[in-house]
Design a protein around this ligand. Sequence first.
Ligand code: SER
Length: 569
Amino acid sequence: MRSNDVREKYLKFFEKRGHKIISPAPLVLETDPTTLFTSSGMQPLVPYLMGEKHPEGVRLVDSQPSIRLQDIEEVGDNRHTTFFEMLGNWSLGDYFKKDQLPWIWEFLTKELNLPKEKLYVSIFEGNELVPKDLESKEIWLSLGVSESHIFEYGVKKNWWSRSGTPDQMPVGEIGGPDSEIFYEFTSVEHQHEFGSKCHPNCDCGRFLEIGNSVFIQYKKTDKGLEELPQKNVDFGGGLERITAAINNDPDIFKTDIYWPSIQKLEELTGKKYKDNMASFRIFADHLRASLALVNAGVIPGNKMQGYILRRLIRRMTTKFPEIDKIIDNTVIGDEIKKFKITLNKGLKEIGKIDKITGKIAFDLYQSYGFPLELTVELFKEKGQEVDLEEFRKEFEVHKDKSKSLSAGVFKGGLADHSPGVVKLHTATHLLLASLRKVLGDNVVQMGQNITKERSRFDFPNSRKLTVEELTKVEDMINNVIKRDLPVNFAVMPKEEALKTGAIHAFNEKYADTVKVYYVGSDLESAFSKEFCGGPHVAKTSEIGHVTINKQEKIGSGLLRVYVVISNQK
Ligand code: SER
């Protein structure tokens, strides 16, 4: 069966069961500055899973293109990709387990005719906070899944949130236990290096996870997990993997999604897929991801999404420098041509060098734009190993000068997301709220820059603050810190956020849906509420004692103040 037929059958199946087909969200989510790409079907639906009304109703179905960069190193095996299409069905506080699990089972076994004996499921085994998911187990048993095909796992495998296990979830994040479905490829022999016994979550490749029903019913608060006002279902199934299961072939790259591009590359290079699997797979995945990014309007560059696109294109070009001959997309083609010039210069340099030290790897990175992983791979081919520790040291030394990816990712004037910076970030929200209370509503953020050492904040004020004003502001901030107020966020449409009285930076553009961070137990009476992408401390007592240690007039009627934390906890 072709992947297009699988997608169509899926959408129709759920449409017949009262779901509205919704269009996929863009791959680059402008509404969420905390992330580079849409990485799951649920991401664009977070506000609705939290209770906001979706214009299309409470039952939705879609197919969402997604990118997960954490899997980039795994690409090359039979099942991992950076780009994939996730088939999703959603209950926004409507149906729950006893409808959803039978439906997805019917879809897989009746609509797609996957043999029952090859399907396995898993459920959440429970922990001190959330009980074992016996209800799902009962449902699977009632559907004819045998006890030996039902496995129980803990939070690492059967809990889903965007940030991982419950303890990794920031306050405000939603998630819940899940029940996963796996397909067993009996042609794959279990490898004992992965463990003595094979099981659905074994990494040997015999089992492939093809779907995941997440029961999103919890929200993280400063007290732990709290039940959401509505119980949701978030099902996600990989289109590529489901198609591979239908073919009963464990190699997802043999599906019609990737196979034509692999065949074309075989023709061009004269090399065979079966002899160069990892390289061919990296090419097939990265090409598909690159095309999706270019279609989403991304241009190769040095920062953010552009940097990722450049990295994908460069990585596949290193594998097969001749690929520009079979790619007719000009954005990708031009980038390959440019990179090949760089690559040749770099290769010449490498040819002259006997031993590639970490410092040389760093120079190649800086001068020729060789990403470290490419350098490592090329040297490996030369039978050399790069001293990664030394590379990292060099990288640290030059970090400020080089435009590192992370420097581009973090918005809002934050140097990074280290604990010290996060504390100062929350302290800066308290500073702005206090300045407004002491000096008036004309205080707005005109600039902000936060490093590990201090926060710098600019606002309109034609004169310096008096000692009394400074003391008042500092006391107000430290008083809030002592009261140990929670810091939460809410995601909502911009119009609604403005109505709450939340303040925002004067000179920034915001998307239609925004995050409002507030300090206090509820949004309405919060001490501070601001449009912001985060991150922040969970409770104000984590900040320590705040001092305004310097102020200076910087022209155009602006005052700049510096804030430090004197006794960090
Ligand atoms: N949110 C879950 C996942 O991404 C299911 O859609 O796996």
